[in-house]
Ligand binder design. Structure first.
Ligand code: GSH
Length: 235
């Protein structure tokens, strides 16, 4: 059975043999891949904002991409959002786009101090991912330690909730798909427990896992880590 069919109610993944869905016909579509952490960010956001009926998921098989996809979105990456006769990409930009163009609970705060911290953390998300990846690829453990220590400190900044800005926001969405994958990978490959000595991080993970918006976006973790080991680490 194809991976995409394992979650009831989700649209099947399209591959090189699949016909292109209608394009620029006024429907809003999120071109995605169920296993991609960047695409997962946007999926969490649309779930959180309650846009499941307003934005159609179009999952793409990245290993056997339909030829028409590069005409939809020339960088040929996921996620990409078709909306208002345009197709836009880049997960973090799409979080902002969704928040400003669609209804539903806000992903970005109005409070200036939180706004500023959100930008700082979003700018750090790529560096964080790169640091842990470098360790997983054989680099020093200090990179992973520094990265997760920074998250632990960041989680202490606002005390009106267990999330980075207190309440759930785009910052949690930016980090969650990566922490989800790195936690079991670091444990298995480096015998490194990211929550040991980091109580705030442990609580953050627990609280995330109580949110339907996040739970709906989670894929089989063994499938994710096997794919990561094969594709990224060559294991
Ligand atoms: N910076 C992009 C990264 C997106 C990205 O790299 N997506 C991967 C999948 S996880 C992709 O589509 N790669 C192209 C491919 O596999 O052909 C974002 O944040 O959206």
């Amino acid at each position: 059975m194809a991976a995409a069919d394992t979650k009831v109610g989700l649209p099947p993944t399209l591959d090189s043999k699949s016909a292109q869905p209608p394009f620029l016909d006024g429907t809003t579509r999120l071109y995605t891949a169920y296993t991609c952490p960047y695409a997962q960010r946007v999926w969490i956001a649309l779930n959180y904002k309650g846009l499941q009926d307003k934005i159609q998921l179009v999952p793409i098989n990245l290993g056997d991409k339909p030829a028409w996809y590069k005409d939809v979105y020339p960088p040929s990456k996921v996620p990409a959002l078709e909306h208002n006769n345009e197709v836009k990409g880049e997960s973090l930009d799409l979080l902002k786009y969704l928040d400003s163009h669609f209804e539903g609970p806000k992903l970005f705060p109005d409070d200036p101090a939180k706004k500023e911290f959100a930008e700082e953390m979003l700018a750090y998300a790529g560096t964080f991912g790169g640091a842990v990846l470098s360790h997983l690829k054989g680099g020093p453990e200090s990179e992973t330690i520094a990265g997760f220590d920074k998250l632990e400190v960041a989680l202490s900044k606002f005390d009106d909730g267990p999330f980075f800005l207190g309440q759930f926001s785009a910052v949690d969405i930016a980090f969650a798909p990566f922490v989800e994958r790195y936690q079991p990978l670091l444990l298995e490959l480096k015998n490194y427990d990211i929550t040991s000595g980091r109580p705030k991080l442990g609580t953050w993970i627990e609280e995330l896992n109580k949110l339907d918006a996040y739970k709906q976006s989670k894929w089989d973790i063994n499938e994710l880590t096997s794919a990561f080991k094969k594709r990224v680490l060559g294991l």
